[in-house]
Design a protein around this ligand. Structure first.
Ligand SMILES: [Zn+2]
Length: 719
């Protein structure tokens, strides 16, 4: 009797489809197969096999097996778990798990080898080729170059049959970490954390810990030693997740120093052929250490023993487009499925992780003492109402004075502003019109480097017009507010002799550029670095002693759940840039609300006071981590159809204990790319099966073709 295979396809389908296993194929769970779907043939993955007849659809026969490494059971379970968690279709997380296979496998290398046939005629040039070819397999060009002869000499020997063409698999190995190297010297606090990690790894099974240590306390050394301990098992693999590509180079270098081998890298900057290679070496177990972005969670690890989520509080772990997920939460789930340990590391942990640590669900590893001689920076508030900048400028007299003193000492300053471009808003002084993206409700941001107005939401851009598109007035468009480019302009004006550079995603496009800029800063070739949050994390600048936060109120104005938390995290990290080494650092925060709890907590460097206040607020409001949130975002170009759908959805909200639904309401960004947007917000008590509620609710209303519905569990964006 033939078997039935449940095959999941990396496509927007509601479930895995049943297919018949052809005679003699002997499939296994995790195998890649080619299956017919309508007129097409699609690659899918076998999720389950069973004996019997009859499937969830008329059975078609599997066409064949695709010869790629099978997906391990842990990945299959993780794909199913992630789809359920995100209330989304399982084909999306599967597509992420298969991403490394999009590029075809590398072709075998064409090489030349000696056949043993003696040449008919011996010349000095031919002898050189014979000597160079002894015992190796080189390409024709490499052999000619190694022998120092022309290509014609090599070709003559091939024609005579002295050399023959052969094909070899390209080298797909990775250098293996050297585990015999001595660990770095640890201070007692670090050593205690490493001991706990060793205990957790030794105990086996799922274990979670929060590594909570101020900036510069040496968290990286702790997790490097945890990695070393995990790798004592000769088959173990570890994954280090980072929020940004800009950080990977620094972390890779640390691993290279510690283990004399570069870890495998996985992020959007890795080329497709290289991705395929990394995917395969992870599947074979040969990649022992992987450093990557959030999507690395979907790699086919054979024996994953430890996941480290560095900068675990960082909001870029939340993927907001396509398949929506929070990589920190999924990392914990993957560790659970694999029976592995997970270590969440941060100087400013998320309230969610602190909540879990306080409740005893995570081991809480606290690092308080700074490693080495570094001191915490002194944090001061500049009251912008008392000492405002000159009109049309953004740096206050106290900050300018501190910069002058710093530069005079030959030290470096960083000006921090989490806003790209030149000005966040351009308006017409004749008619008051604000320049907006033509198909969105977001303001256009002026970029002076490119002379364009850019929508940071959709990527739309246009040349800055000479006349107002609304009233036609000439030269009437004025730039409102500062972006990093404008602060750079002011810094150059104030300190004409200083070397000024900008670190933002517009000036530092990839990991290589980030590495180059960081090296320039470390070498002391920059005096003033103007930076967005791209530079607020991870990097060590020994001669940086002053951080000026241009607009400390910026995130507080965002008006979303995590605004206060994010402000605290960003400012604490930006301030922590200063004086990480021997020189004492200083941070000055420009604010119009010096009395705000966040500002006061920062000034006092009292994280506990801030957390207590923030936790109390969230608890009173039943917000995460005390309650759970989910958003429904419905959008479509047809306003009437959208309206009808959200009304229908509102009419069929399931009755459930401990769940409240707010909406429908126009989304704050009511139009994006010509699509109108409506939102619901769902708040549930912690013990409610929120995913089950959302899935049941969505199934009750038919979605018109023109409407797109997105469910966002634990939303970070409220736009
Ligand atoms: Zn106008």
């Amino acid at each position: 009797m033939s078997r039935i295979a449940s095959v999941l396809l990396p496509m927007p389908l509601p479930e895995a489809f049943d297919y018949a296993e052809p005679e003699g194929l002997e499939l296994a769970v995790g195998d890649h197969v080619a299956v017919p779907l309508g007129p097409r043939v699609i690659r899918g993955v076998v999720m389950a096999l069973r004996d019997g007849t009859g499937g969830n659809r008329p059975l078609k026969v599997i066409q064949g097996r695709v010869d790629d490494p099978p997906l391990p059971p842990g990945v299959l379970a993780f794909v199913e778990w992630a789809a359920r968690y995100s209330v989304d279709l399982p084909g999306f997380p599967l597509a992420m798990a298969l991403r490394g296979l999009r590029h075809p496998p590398p072709k075998p290398d064409k090489v030349l080898v000696l056949t043993g046939t003696q040449p008919a005629r011996v010349t000095p040039a031919r002898l050189k080729v014979l000597a160079a070819a002894e015992g190796v397999a080189l390409s024709s060009a490499a052999l000619a170059s190694a022998a120092g002869v022309s290509a014609g000499v090599v070709k003559g020997l091939v024609d005579e049959g002295v050399l023959a063409v052969d094909f070899v698999e390209p080298d797909r190995g990775l250098p293996q970490p050297d585990l015999s190297l001595p660990p770095r010297d640890l201070n007692p606090g670090q050593a205690a954390c490493v001991e706990v990690m060793k205990e957790m790894l030794g105990a086996g099974g799922f274990q979670a810990a929060l590594l909570d240590g101020v900036t510069g306390s040496g968290k990286t050394e702790v997790y490097l030693e945890a990695v070393a301990a995990a790798l004592q098992d000769p088959e173990a693999q570890v994954l280090i997740l980072l929020p940004e590509i800009a950080l990977t180079q620094a972390v890779l270098a640390r691993f290279e120093q510690r283990f004399a081998a570069r870890p495998a890298e996985w992020h959007s900057g890795v080329s497709p052929p290289r991705r395929r290679q990394v995917w395969e070496t992870v599947a074979s177990g040969n990649a022992r250490i992987v450093v990557g972005a959030r999507s690395a969670l979907f790699l086919p690890f054979k024996k994953l023993r430890l996941i480290v989520v560095d900068e675990e509080h960082d909001s870029s772990f939340k993927q907001e487009e396509g398949f929506i997920y929070q990589a920190r939460d999924l990392a914990v789930a993957r560790a659970k499925i694999e029976g592995a340990s997970v270590l969440l590391a941060s100087a400013t942990p998320s309230l969610e992780s602190l909540f879990n640590a306080q409740a005893g669900r995570y081991r809480w590893l606290r690092l308080s003492a700074r490693h080495g001689a570094a001191q915490l920076p002194d944090i001061g508030l500049v009251d912008m109402r008392e000492t405002p900048p000159e009109p049309g400028r953004w740096l206050s007299p106290p900050l300018i004075k501190a910069m002058a003193v710093t530069l005079h000492r030959g030290e470096q300053a960083m000006l921090f502003l989490n806003r790209r471009g030149y000005a966040p808003l351009v308006l017409c002084k004749a008619c008051g019109e604000k320049m907006k993206s033509p198909d969105s409700d977001s303001w256009l941001v002026e970029h002076r480097y490119t002379g364009r107005l850019v929508c940071h939401l959709t990527g739309f851009s246009m040349k800055k017009p000479e006349a107002c598109p609304h009233c036609g007035a000439k030269d009437s468009l004025v730039s409102i507010g500062p972006g990093v480019e404008r602060v750079e302009e002011e810094a150059r004006y104030l300190f004409p002799d200083a070397r000024v550079a900008v670190f933002s995603s517009d000036t530092v496009m990839d990991a290589e550029a980030a590495k180059a800029l960081v090296a320039t800063m470390v070498a002391g070739e920059i005096d003033i670095l103007v930076a967005t949050q791209a530079a607020a994390k991870g990097h060590n600048f020994p001669n940086l002693t002053l951080v000026g936060v241009v607009d400390a109120d910026l995130s507080l104005r965002g008006g979303d759940l995590r605004a206060g938390e994010r402000t605290f995290q960003l400012l604490a990290q930006a301030a922590g840039r200063a004086g990480r080494h021997e020189k004492p650092g200083r941070a000055l925060l420009q604010t119009y609300s010096p009395d705000h709890a966040v500002m006061q907590a920062l000034k006092a460097q009292d994280r506990d006071a801030f957390i207590e206040a923030e936790m109390g607020m969230r608890q009173d409001a039943g917000l995460p981590p005390f309650g759970r949130l989910a958003a429904v975002i419905a959008s479509g170009p047809d306003g009437a159809a959208l309206e009808a759908y959200v009304e229908a959805l509102a009419a069929v909200i399931p009755n459930a204990e401990g769940v409240e639904v707010f909406g429908p309401a126009d989304a704050p960004l009511a139009t994006v790319r010509g699509r109108r947007r409506k939102r619901f917000l769902v708040r549930a008590e912690r013990n409610v099966d929120l995913q089950g509620f959302m899935a049941a609710w969505r199934a009750r209303a038919k979605v018109p073709n023109s409407v797109r519905v997105v469910i966002d569990i634990d939303p970070y964006s409220f736009l």
